[in-house]
Design a protein around this ligand. Structure first.
Ligand SMILES: [Zn+2]
Length: 131
């Protein structure tokens, strides 16, 4: 039976920091990962989420950072530069809606809060005013 373990977790052999390798980035991976605890570089390979061998010490530069990490006494490590930024579906989208008035097909849509003028000619306004 093949040797299996939680291979999307890389526990640093030097400092015992638990580096979580997010599946989005590391499901199929071969390269160097920097430990978020002690900055040691580990050569590591994963295939379909299963590790292909124990981590081997490598030299900088690293290829990827872990998605999240915890120290051995379970304190989270989220410092920028130690762990990777969360993957974004659109890097240019940072959480504010883009106000639009027309769909890609040119039809009027409301992509922002409506004003009274926007309702001129609308069905709900016709019911309200009777015109
Ligand atoms: Zn370490």
């Amino acid at each position: 039976m093949p040797f299996k373990e939680a291979s999307l977790i890389l526990q640093c052999p030097k400092c015992d920091t638990i580096n979580y390798l997010d599946p989005f980035t590391f499901w199929n991976f071969k390269g160097k990962i920097k430990c978020a605890g002690c900055d040691a570089i580990w050569e590591y390979a994963l295939e379909n989420g299963h590790r292909q061998g124990p981590p081997k010490e490598g030299k900088p530069p690293h290829d990827k950072l872990p998605g999240f990490a915890q120290s051995k006494d379970w304190k989270p490590i989220t410092t920028k530069g130690k762990v990777a930024d969360a993957p974004q579906a659109r890097e240019d989208f940072q959480g504010k809606p883009i106000p639009i008035k027309k769909s890609v097909r040119g039809k009027a849509v409301s992509g922002s809060p409506l004003t009274g003028d926007d309702l001129i000619g609308s069905i709900p306004k016709m019911f309200y005013t009777g015109i």
